[in-house]
Ligand binder design. Structure first.
Ligand SMILES: *Cc1c(COP(=O)(O)O)cnc(C)c1O
Length: 402
């Protein structure tokens, strides 16, 4: 340990760890505070001298020691310069975008982004900012879309629901050369499996609600910055009133400690189930870059060291809504619910065509997004098998009745 850099696994455990600040207590307490009292005017003035660093106690909204520990940990794991914690993942997305745009700007956003991120980008038109959606598989072809007023390119890889892998290094190198900021939503991979700043990105955003917290019990976000992007991002966060709840940020920090082991298990189980699903008669396609043969598999192998437990399946086009609904209600272990990244398995119907550029999604079957949790993988397989059996029964009895 003395003569070499601690490995990533060790850093997951130690990042942002400062027990000496807490009289030796291993974890920082949950600070519930708005007001911070100063002992004298000089220390009050000192704490306000540098509003961007906020290392000294100043006011609850500007952060607490728990929040700072979370920010330090995530910064170290992503290989950034500094981080800003936010009240939700969507707040991380919106704050990061607001940090860079002004009226008259043009921004490029992947067509496969998380729907709520997309809605926010659409709303920027009211402020004179034009959003253009691009094909997530564009790679260095992004160069052709850059205009003199293009301020930033927003990536999410793999894309929400449809899981296209983006060529992050190709896009960031084009953008760097042209002075265009790149922001990457790294919620799916987490720094355990991908570190976009090392691939040339300027800003990373997270919904820490998902794997970082990992137990479906808080809403939290974070923005990780390079030295150049930190000042505008922190300043936007202060202007917008960004902050995180005391309990939530504690949950985020706690979750990081076990992120590595959890993600390895999610990866293994999801890979097993995705491979199995691919062979089922009811399934026309599995969208999961960890599967050999997936269109994003080679890029994923190059830039990621593992895969999260989230993927989608496309059912054969002859299954209609009623049969798929019955299948979903037949499942016992896969809960019907939004979000993902917790310990539990979930499944939701998704409708990519409704949230994308016209014509960019033309697979005819119903899409289901699956989160593979930490339950026993054979139990999960049996649950899905029962659901698929229900599906073909309903289908075939209807066909027989025709
Ligand atoms: C869930 C999610 C968000 C938004 O996070 P919240 O914490 O729910 O606000 C942003 N990006 C991605 C990829 C997500 O899955």
């Amino acid at each position: 340990m003395i003569d070499r850099q601690p490995s990533f696994e060790t850093r997951l455990v130690r990042a942002g760890w400062e027990p000496h600040l807490e009289n030796g207590y291993l974890n920082p307490p949950i600070y519930r505070s708005s007001t911070v009292l100063y002992s004298d005017v000089a220390s009050m003035e000192q704490s306000q001298a540098d509003p961007l660093r906020r290392e000294l106690p100043a006011y609850g909204r500007f952060g607490t020691p728990t929040g700072r520990a979370f920010e330090l940990a995530l910064t170290e794991l992503e290989g950034g310069y500094a981080s800003v914690v936010t009240c939700s993942g969507l707040a991380a997305v919106t704050t990061a975008l607001m940090a860079f745009v002004k009226a008259g700007d043009h921004i490029l956003v992947s067509d496969s982004v998380y729907t709520s991120s997309r809605r926010f980008c659409d709303s920027l038109a009211a402020f004179g900012i034009e959003t253009e959606y691009y094909d997530p598989r564009i790679g260095d072809g992004i160069a052709d879309l850059l205009r003199p007023n293009t301020r930033l390119v927003y990536l999410e890889s793999p894309g929400s629901t449809t899981f296209e892998v983006q060529d992050i290094p190709a896009i960031t190198s084009v953008c760097r050369a042209r002075g265009v900021v790149t922001i990457v939503d790294n919620t799916w991979a987490t720094p355990v499996f991908c570190r976009p700043l090392e691939l040339g990105a300027d800003v990373v955003v997270h919904s820490a609600t998902k794997y970082l917290t990992g137990h479906a019990d808080s809403i939290l976000g974070a923005i990780v910055c390079t030295e150049d992007t930190y000042a505008p991002v922190r300043s936007a966060a202060i202007r917008l009133g960004q902050t995180a709840g005391a309990d939530d940020v504690y949950m985020g920090l706690r979750g990081i400690r076990t992120l590595g082991v959890r993600l390895r298990q999610h990866h293994q189980q999801a890979l097993e189930l995705a491979g199995w699903l691919q062979e089922q008669d009811e399934v026309s396609r599995v969208l999961y870059p960890a599967l050999p043969g997936d269109p994003g598999h080679e890029l994923w192998r190059r830039d990621f060291s593992g895969a999260a437990g989230l993927f989608s399946i496309v059912l054969n086009p002859w299954y209609g809504k009623a049969e798929v609904d019955a299948m979903l209600e037949r499942l016992r272990l896969f809960g019907l619910g939004h979000s993902w990244g917790g310990y539990e398995s979930l499944i939701v119907p998704a409708d990519p065509a409704a949230h994308r550029l016209p014509g960019s999604w033309d697979e005819p079957g119903i899409v289901l997004r699956v989160h593979v949790g930490l339950e026993d993988v054979e139990d999960l397989k049996r649950d899905l098998a029962a659901g698929l059996e229900q599906l073909s029964q309903d289908c075939c009895s209807e066909l027989a009745a025709v």
